[in-house]
Every structure is written in structure tokens, then in C-alpha cells.
Design a protein around this ligand. Structure first.
Ligand code: GDP
Ligand code: ZN
Length: 454
């Protein structure tokens, strides 16, 4: 890896400071060609972690005033010599500083190339590299905590623990297979099954963090359903704090699916208000109803709204039946009016029921708690690390399947050879997860998600 790369590392747009990052064996040389400090101090003569004040020139033309931060290999983000030029944060100026660096011998960095170099130089594991993206993209406290835990190696240690125990097992198995006549104590089947089951359980625990992590990163796909006029749009407006949906007395005025992202405690809901799940002759409304039906089946959370002041209608009962086994909260609205609804009937179908008045914004805290309960958010522990993407989940799933295979093989009384092959398969999947044994294609795919400058 002999090239020296450069890119603008701060976001597109205007800011107080913008940074051009240069990394590679010639980064100091490149920087010295475009950077002049008042006392003619050269970047290559400075110790690592020093900052120099000066000016950037392209040829003899002054481009900007800048601070050069010098990092020496291996003590830098990429593990290479790095110079960061902190300039004024305008896109035009930064573009010129970058082009000066490119003219002075650097090449334009590819997307994610700084982090990829950090990975290839052993500064980061693959899961840590992925966490860099997740820290940058985090939209809330828990998502940031999970990403930071991965960056700090908490997730990596959980994976490492399982890998270590499997490697130990594999070593024991192969010693026994290779030197059966020596005095290597035979593994008792109970021991073998015990270790494998333990590994399997820990992999399962890891897998379970994926769904929660996804909700924290992306929010939960939520649909608000209920027959016309029960207060769906009003509820949506309360949750989002904006008058987005049209609220009227005439049933069926919410013609299409309106979407909104709202935060309810620690959980982000991607909300859709719908035209209600009722039969209609109006073709425009019918489209909304169709969409609502589709979303009811796939949504990660259903808020089913009912009118407390009215008897349950056939349509309500129909909806309640559809909610069996779905992640749903029954929201009994309009409790400011005289109650009439058969609440017990609702509770028989949906375990999570809250009574609210959307109009008076009452009961929102209970709604928040019910949503957390349905999603199981109480048991989430982002600081213990969570699987952050499908690649990670896929690796853990494959490892789990291989361990299961090893368990089955053991219990069927097969030879240790067969067990050993499965255990090796599980180890492979885990090493692919951390990147210790990932193919170039896998690594490339991970960094393809990054953008230039990271
Ligand atoms: P949607 O058709 O389900 O979207 O229902 P809307 O949100 O459009 O509300 C229908 C009517 O019910 C409107 O006149 C609202 O003001 C009224 N409404 C909504 N929530 C409440 C509530 O909690 N109490 C009372 N009294 N009226 C409500
Ligand atoms: Zn509506």
C-alpha cells in the first residue's frame, strides 16, 4: 500500500472548520509542498501529534489559512503517516486545498478508504470499522451507545469469547483425532455437548440483539389503524407534534398513507396513518385502504385505535382478530367522552391496551410504556453490544447453524472428525465476522457502504 491518499473529511456544506485529510507514506512530503508556516518549519521535522500554523498555497497562489495536525505511523487513525489540514469550512476553499494536495502527489481517496486502511493495518476489526459508520449515523442515545460499544470492542469481545471456546474445543478434538494413542484425555460427550450448547446459547443471545439494534438505528415501522373517525390522525398529530394529517368529522378524509418519523422515549417510530381498514367504493380511498392492509401485515408495530365512546363495531372486531400474535397496542381513544366500549373484549385479543384522549393529549406516557413493552425494549442493553447489520447477523447465524450441526453430530454418535469439521465451520464464520479471515470481496463490500472522506 504505497499510495498517499487525500480527501475532504468534513461534510459537504459550510462550517467554521473543514478538514482535508492526507494519509500514506508521503503525506508529510505532500503537505510540505502546499503548506508554509511562518518560521518555515517543515511538517516532516515535527514530532507526531503536533500542530503547526500556516498557509496553504497552490503553486504561488494563497489558498487558505490552516492548522496542520501531524500524526506519525502507527499512531494515527489509519496506522499510516497522516496530516490533517484544518482550513476554513467552505466547499470551494476545501476543494482548492484538496486539489493542491492532489497536484502535490496525493491521489483522491476512494469511499471509506481511510477506515479500510485502518482495518488493513490492524487498527480496527471489521465490526469496529462498521461501527464508525453507525456512530456517524446514530439518531439517538441508545443507537449511539450501541455503536460506541462496538467501536470500543465490547461487541468484539463477545464474539471473541465464543470464538476462543470453539478454538479450544477444535484444538482438543484435533489433538485427539491426530494422536489417539497418546495420553490425550478423551473428551467426554457431556463436556462436548456442554461447551457446544454454551456456544450456541451465546450466539443466540447475540442474534437476538439484531432486531433491537435495527429498531434503534432505523426506528420501527409503525402503522396506525382503526375505522374512520376513531382519532387516528389526531393521535398521529399529537405524536408528531405537527398538523400533518387532515383531521375532520367526515369519515374517510385521510385519503392516503401519510408518513412521519416521531420519537417516543428512546424508540423512533416510522409512523403511517391510513385511511382505515374499511370497505369503500371511493377509488382514491380504496388505494389508502389497500396500503393499510399491506402494512398491517408487515409492520413492526401496530397502533390499533378504537373509540371509547362507541360500541365495538364489526369492523373493530375484525381488526382485533387480525391483531392476534402481532406486535400491537390497542389504543382506546376519546376517554374524555362517556365510555361505552367493551374494554374486556379488546383485552382478550391484545395484551397491551392503553386508554387515551388524543384530543386532550392524555395518556401519552402510558402509550410510550406500552410501546416499549411490546417491543421488549426493557431488556435491551446497547452498552453490551448489538449486531449492527445483516452481514454481521448472517455470520452469527451461520456460526450458530454450524454449532448446531456439531451438536447433532455428537448426539448421533458420529466420529470426532465430523464434529470437528462443523466446529471449524463455526470458527470460520466468526472470523469472517471480525474480519480476521474475511475475503477481499467481503471487506470491499463493507467499505462500499462508506462515503469519501471516512
Ligand atoms: P381518523 O378518521 O381516525 O383519522 O379520526 P380523526 O383524527 O380525523 O378524528 C375524528 C374526529 O374525532 C375529529 O373531530 C377529532 O377531533 C375527534 N377526536 C379525536 N380524538 C379525540 C379525543 O380524544 N376525544 C374527543 N372527544 N374527540 C376526539
Ligand atoms: Zn385520519
Amino acid at each position: 500500500m504505497s499510495t498517499t491518499i487525500a480527501a475532504i473529511a468534513t461534510p459537504q456544506g459550510a462550517g467554521g472548520i473543514g478538514i482535508v485529510r492526507i494519509s500514506g507514506p508521503k503525506s508529510q512530503e505532500v503537505a510540505d509542498r502546499i503548506f508554509r508556516s511562518p518560521g518555515n518549519r517543515r511538517i516532516r521535522d515535527t514530532a507526531g501529534y503536533q500542530a503547526l500554523y500556516g498557509h496553504i498555497y497552490e503553486g504561488d497562489t494563497l489558498v487558505d489559512e490552516a492548522i496542520a495536525l501531524v500524526f506519525r505511523a502507527p499512531r494515527s487513525y489509519t496506522g499510516e503517516d497522516v496530516v490533517e489540514l484544518s482550513c476554513h469550512g467552505g466547499m470551494y476553499v476545501l476543494g482548492r486545498v484538496l486539489s493542491a494536495a492532489l497536484s502535490a502527489g496525493a491521489v483522491a481517496a476512494a469511499p471509506g478508504e481511510f477506515t479500510k486502511r485502518a482495518f488493513l493495518n490492524g487498527k480496527l476489526s471489521l465490526t469496529q470499522a462498521e461501527s464508525v459508520m453507525d456512530i456517524i449515523g446514530a439518531q439517538g442515545r441508545q443507537a449511539a451507545t450501541a455503536a460506541l460499544a462496538a467501536r470500543e470492542g465490547v461487541l468484539g469481545r463477545r464474539i471473541q469469547d465464543v470464538t476462543d471456546s470453539l478454538v479450544e474445543l477444535a484444538a482438543h478434538l484435533s489433538a485427539y483425532i491426530d494422536y489417539p494413542e497418546d495420553d490425550i484425555p478423551e473428551l467426554q460427550e457431556v463436556q462436548l455437548v456442554g461447551s457446544l450448547s454454551d456456544a450456541h446459547r451465546r450466539l443466540d443471545d447475540l442474534l437476538a440483539t439484531y432486531d433491537a439494534g435495527k429498531i434503534l438505528r432505523e426506528g420501527v415501522d409503525t402503522v396506525i389503524v382503526g375505522r374512520p373517525n376513531v382519532g387516528k390522525s389526531t393521535l398521529m398529530n399529537v405524536l408528531s407534534g405537527v398538523e400533518r394529517s387532515i383531521v375532520t368529522h367526515i369519515p374517510g378524509t385521510t385519503r392516503d398513507v401519510v408518513e412521519e418519523t416521531v420519537r417516543l422515549g428512546d424508540v423512533v417510530l416510522r409512523l403511517a396513518d391510513t385511511a382505515g381498514l374499511h370497505e369503500t367504493d371511493d377509488p382514491v380511498e380504496a388505494i389508502g385502504v389497500e396500503k393499510a392492509r399491506g402494512r398491517l401485515e408487515t409492520a413492526g408495530l401496530v397502533l390499533a385505535v378504537f373509540d371509547a365512546s362507541q360500541n365495538l363495531e364489526e369492523e373493530d372486531r375484525c381488526l382485533l382478530k387480525k391483531l392476534d400474535g402481532r406486535p400491537a397496542v390497542a389504543v382506546i381513544n376519546k376517554t374524555d367522552l362517556t365510555p361505552c366500549i367493551d374494554e374486556a373484549f379488546v383485552r382478550r385479543h391484545v395484551p397491551y391496551v392503553v386508554t387515551i384522549s388524543a384530543k386532550q393529549e392524555m395518556g401519552m406516557e402510558q402509550l410510550r410504556e406500552a410501546v416499549c413493552d411490546v417491543l421488549g425494549a426493557g431488556s435491551w442493553d446497547p452498552s453490551a453490544g448489538m449486531l449492527a447489520n445483516e452481514r454481521q447477523r448472517d455470520c452469527v447465524r451461520r456460526a450458530g447453524e454450524a454449532v448446531q450441526e456439531a451438536l447433532d453430530t455428537t448426539q448421533m454418535g458420529m466420529t470426532y472428525d465430523a464434529v470437528s469439521v462443523s466446529v471449524e465451520g463455526a470458527i470460520d464464520a466468526l472470523l469472517e465476522l471480525t474480519g480476521e479471515r474475511a475475503t477481499e470481496a467481503v471487506v470491499d463490500q463493507v467499505f462500499a457502504r462508506f462515503c469519501v472522506g471516512k
